[in-house]
Write a protein that binds this ligand. Structure first.
Ligand code: PLP
Length: 454
């Protein structure tokens, strides 16, 4: 075993951030991660919001080991494992989809890809073979793969691949902090777009129920999702809800869309559903839609070597049982107002903190140069990344995002700690974050004054 403390920028592995060295992990337990130098980090965001039941849970590890020992892999075309069926049945009890059936894959991007294909096949099965377009939203994120990226709206992530992406219609996203929704019902943009492209061409509409990494916990107004549901029903368009980030209790309800009590036609989730123990994701839809495909087309034309993975299902089932037994959805709901209060106390008076928003254990801070005009800091300052780095130095992990204001500028820090976090640990999180934010913003203020920002 190597005793190196950091990854090497010229080492045998290459990572996304090519010039950046990262600490070598030693172990992780509960809400803390420890590196090889012995430094402890409070996991304030579960990386990109992937940790639900905490690190190092013996119940999950044992369930995975038991399944791996019994049969780690069986090809889903030939066999299945009881745990896969058991997990799907348990999931069906907590999703807002009637008589739910699930198809399992290995990541958020994969389940989004699969959902796009499922929407297309449901339409084909209904005799609507012309419907292939999936309408999406202008600032959104649904994954790395080319289909998922075609329905995402992050300019900086999409630009290098433009020629390779499908041209799907993007409509304006709800963002109460920047767009005043009064006088303009953003849901009606969906209807206008369906009519502009022709309902006979539109298979579905995909969106995050509460914006994830792009707009940082921005939630639409109360009438948005019910109106979207109405429009989808009127024009035979399938509503695909992406709960990859917001699912499994993160926002204080089982699913983000539960805050609006709207039923999607297809729900996808990943990240927290297997708690980070194994890459795993689910596509969920109603039995009747699967049956339509079976009757009209025979098979669901999609699959992968590692779909319906037995060890993945074992981990996800153990995670689901912990969430139920320990009341972690309720814990997230209970801690939401506590975290809100802590964040308000720490940041509400800071001149460069424009907005503090969130639900349950998913919160974001948006930074602006001017609270009146909401002008963002220039992207060249890399503000959110610098705060994230400073927090890491102080032993706190937070997630960052840039581009919320206009696709390029606009800095966000996102919080999404494990759902097992305590009030004391939340106070520790906010205190460390405050130190990092105050220090970096003081530096940035100096740079802006000296005209160093481009
Ligand atoms: C809402 C949403 N959908 C899809 C994805 C893609 O998931 P993955 O990174 O597991 O492929 C993400 C990842 O951040 C996400 O936030």
């Amino acid at each position: 075993m190597s005793d190196k403390l950091y990854s090497h920028p010229d080492g045998s592995v290459f990572y996304r951030k090519l010039k950046h060295k990262r600490p070598m992990i030693s172990h992780a337990h509960g809400v803390y991660i420890y590196d090889k130098s012995g430094k402890r980090y409070l996991d304030g965001s579960g990386g990109p919001l992937a940790i639900s039941v905490g690190h190092g849970r013996a119940e999950v590890v044992e369930a995975m080991a038991r399944q791996a020992q019994a049969a780690a892999f069986v090809h889903p075309v030939t066999f299945t494992a009881a745990v896969v069926e058991e997990y799907a049945a348990a999931l069906a009890e907590v999703v807002p989809v009637p008589r739910a059936r699930s198809f399992f894959l290995s990541s958020g991007s994969e389940v989004v890809e699969g959902a796009l294909k499922l929407a297309r096949q449901v339409q084909m099965a209904r005799g609507e073979a012309g419907r292939y377009m999936v309408i999406c939203r202008s600032l959104s994120y649904h994954g790395t793969t080319l289909g998922a990226m075609s329905v995402s709206g992050r300019t900086s992530l999409r630009t290098p691949y433009m020629g390779m992406l499908q041209n799907m219609p993007h409509i304006r996203h709800p963002y109460p902090y920047r767009f005043d929704p009064r006088g303009e019902n953003l849901a009606d943009r969906l209807e206008e777009t369906i009519l502009a492209y022709g309902p006979e061409n539109v298979a579905g509409f995909i969106a995050e129920p509460i914006s994830g990494s792009s707009l940082g916990a921005a939630a639409p107004p109360p009438d948005y999702w019910p109106r979207i549901r109405e429009i989808c029903d009127q024009y035979g368009v399938l509503l695909i809800i992406d709960e990859v980030l917001t699912g499994m209790g993160r926002t204080g309800r089982w699913w983000g869309i539960d805050h609006w009590q709207v039923q999607p036609d297809i729900l996808v989730s990943s990240k927290g559903i297997a708690g980070g123990y194994v890459p795993f994701g689910a596509i969920v839809t109603a039995h009747e839609k699967v049956q339509d495909i079976a009757d009209a087309l025979g098979d669901f034309n999609h699959g992968g070597t590692f779909s319906h993975h037995a060890v993945g299902a074992a981990a996800a089932l153990a995670v689901l049982r912990i969430i139920q037994q320990e009341g972690l959805v309720e814990n997230a709901a209970r801690l939401g107002p506590v975290l809100k209060q802590e964040l308000r106390q720490a940041f509400a008076d800071h001149p460069y903190v424009g907005d503090i928003r969130g639900r349950g254990l998913f919160w974001a801070l948006e930074f602006v140069q001017d609270r009146e005009t909401k002008e963002p800091f220039p992207a060249s300052l890399g503000l959110a990344w610098r705060i994230r780095q400073r927090a890491l130095e102080k032993g706190l992990i937070v997630y960052w995002s840039q581009g919320c204001a206009d696709g390029q500028n606009g800095d966000l820090i996102l919080l999404g700690p494990p759902l097992i976090i305590t009030e004391e640990q939340l106070a520790e999180l906010v205190a460390l974050l405050r130190e990092a934010v105050v220090e970096v913003l003081a530096e940035v203020e100096g740079e802006v004054r000296l005209g160093q920002a481009v």
